[in-house]
Design a protein around this ligand. Structure first.
Ligand code: NAD
Length: 251
């Protein structure tokens, strides 16, 4: 299969599934996807009614899916529901995640602390990718976007070991999946945000002066890049984890 040459962002007729959709970056991504024409299934542990309302307000279809991504069968059920409701899936965005305790010294990290973060961030990301894969393949290809982190690149600005390891794992999973998906037209990329002002970081001591562009990221800063990476505007990019951090990390 060869993928069409890149064109402008236009998601009309596309069906997307977004995890971590109840708030923060995931919510902003849902709203932006709908703005560009996509129907959006909003998945989260929390109720997604508010996000679904934002999608509906753009004149697109929404679905709200309560799901704990740590459980493979719940993830499969959620993907099945999208397929039953809309008859296909073109886009997966994983924006779920937990930070864990950023201040914990190495010797205090318990097995439970380690597993809690890895299970949500990495295991959950894998379950979503695995469950959505056949749907995208059946649609003749599609786009996957996994939210990584600057933490997975630099060993944490402030984040703890489990979070950094989970995000590094997701970056590697992007590349593994991009290699396997290319032949089926499944393009897989990631975004590695720097600090973004969301409920996840509200209690963390990030400061505007840590960032060359002079402010923390806003969810919309990530959502607009996400649109590019799940649209035909990026049809020649796969296996890439894009740094979006206001200049905090330049590689
Ligand atoms: N905010 C930042 O500074 C920042 C920086 C780098 C990367 N990220 C990543 O971006 C993504 C979005 O982060 P955010 O800042 O919007 O965080 P957030 O805490 O505002 O949103 C995360 C969402 O994930 C959901 N979630 C948590 N555990 C879940 C589970 N087991 N099953 C289903 N949903 C679950 C939460 O309910 C929440 O709605 C995450 O992957 C995060 O690691 C965030």
């Amino acid at each position: 299969m060869s993928i069409a040459v890149s064109g402008p962002i236009d998601l009309n007729g596309k069906k997307a599934l977004v995890s971590g959709a109840a708030r923060g970056i995931g919510q902003a991504i849902c709203q932006s996807l709908a703005r560009e024409g996509a129907d959006v299934a909003c998945l989260d542990l929390l109720d997604c009614a508010e996000t679904a309302g934002l999608v509906d307000a753009q004149g697109r279809r929404s679905l709200s899916l309560v799901c704990d991504v740590r459980h493979k069968e719940q993830v499969q059920t959620a993907v099945d529901r999208v397929q039953e409701a809309w008859g296909g899936l073109n886009i997966l965005v994983t924006s779920h995640g937990i930070l864990g305790d950023s201040r914990q010294p190495l010797e205090e990290i318990s097995e439970a602390d380690w597993s809690r973060v890895l299970d949500v961030n990495l295991r959950g990301g894998f379950f979503l990718l695995q469950a959505a894969w056949p749907a995208l393949a059946a649609a003749g290809g599609g786009k996957m976007l996994l939210l990584g982190s600057i933490a997975g690149r630099v060993g944490g600005v402030l984040a703890g070991a489990p979070y950094c390891a989970s995000k590094g794992g997701l970056h590697a999973l992007v590349k593994w999946a991009a290699k396997r998906g290319a032949a089926d037209g499944i393009l897989v990329n990631g975004i590695a945000p720097g600090p973004v002002a969301t409920p996840m970081t509200v209690d963390e001591p990030y400061r505007d002066d840590m960032i060359p562009l002079g402010r923390l990221g806003q969810p919309q800063d990530i959502a607009e890049v996400a649109l590019f990476l799940v649209s035909q505007a990026s049809n020649f990019i796969t296996g890439n984890v894009l740094d979006v951090n206001g200049g905090m990390l330049m590689v």
